[in-house]
Design a protein around this ligand. Structure first.
Ligand SMILES: NC(=O)c1ccc[n+]([C@@H]2O[C@H](COP(=O)([O-])OP(=O)(O)OC[C@H]3O[C@@H](n4cnc5c(N)ncnc54)[C@H](OP(=O)(O)O)[C@@H]3O)[C@@H](O)[C@H]2O)c1
Length: 226
């Protein structure tokens, strides 16, 4: 049975943390001459599109997390005249402290190493963001005094299954462990948009370079996949 009180509390906390706090942080940074970047998400979109979302696409979040993050974008826009906002998607990377893989590839690698089956969605599409790549991109945007909203992700719109195939290849694992799954197979508290790929043309033209393919992102941190 759903715990309504518990859900409401979590929802309130999400709005305080993701919705209100970014506006307060933005105001504090502004008052102290500190650069501020707001990190947002592809989950502000409803997932009904079938071509990558541009920065000007209409947000329409379908769950509390996406709604609270959109509230955060709005709170920042209320405090700053020209905010810098970066929307990321399906974030993964290397933990700076431990050097370990984080996010989806970490889970896939763990499953593959233990010889367990890896059911992966074929009906969800994302543009995975490597955290280190996003950090470099954000520093370059700050250096250029760029403002506005930027989608920061790799250039490939792929399913978790396709990402899993690439990961299995990178660690020379048995591809037969991968199996095709559907979002509908999993009963989750929060709905996820089925399609949340981000168009990265704006950041590419602003910085005058291409965003990496997902394969290039994996290659960039190949050591962590060993
Ligand atoms: N995850 C996604 O797929 C996704 C997609 C789109 C947007 N986003 C956005 O990306 C942001 C990060 O989300 P996430 O899912 O990556 O969160 P996360 O998994 O909780 O990772 C947060 C990272 O920040 C580090 N951290 C936390 N507090 C810190 C501090 N005070 N100083 C230095 N490092 C600190 C953590 O380090 P430790 O591990 O050492 O604690 C951790 O590595 C959020 O704004 C989220 O909305 C995430």
């Amino acid at each position: 049975m759903t715990n309504v009180d518990g859900c409401e509390r979590i929802s309130e906390q999400a709005y305080e943390l993701n919705g209100d706090a970014p506006g307060e942080l933005a105001a504090q940074c502004d008052g102290n001459g500190v650069s501020f970047v707001h990190i947002s998400t592809d989950y502000i979109f409803d997932g009904t599109e079938r071509k990558p979302y541009t920065e000007s696409a209409e947000p329409n979040p379908i769950q509390v997390y996406g709604k609270s993050k959109l509230a955060g974008e709005q709170a920042v826009a209320e405090k700053l005249t020209d905010p810098l906002v970066a929307r990321l998607s399906f974030v993964w990377g290397i933990h700076r402290g431990t050097g370990d893989l984080t996010g989806f590839p970490a889970w896939v690698c763990r499953q593959l190493r233990s010889g367990d089956a890896v059911p992966l969605f074929t009906d969800q599409w994302v543009t995975p963001t490597r955290a280190g790549q996003a950090a470099e991109t954000l520093l370059d945007l700050i250096e250029q005094d760029a403002t506005g909203c930027f989608h920061v992700a790799c250039s490939a719109c792929i399913s978790p299954y396709e990402f899993g195939e690439l990961i299995a290849e990178s660690v020379n694992a048995d591809q037969d462990l991968l199996s095709e799954g559907s979002m509908e197979d999993v009963n989750r508290d929060a709905t996820r948009p089925a399609y949340s790929c981000l168009d990265v043309e704006h950041v590419e033209s602003t910085l005058g370079r291409s965003q990496p393919t997902v394969r290039e992102d994996v290659e960039a941190v190949r050591e962590a996949f060993r």
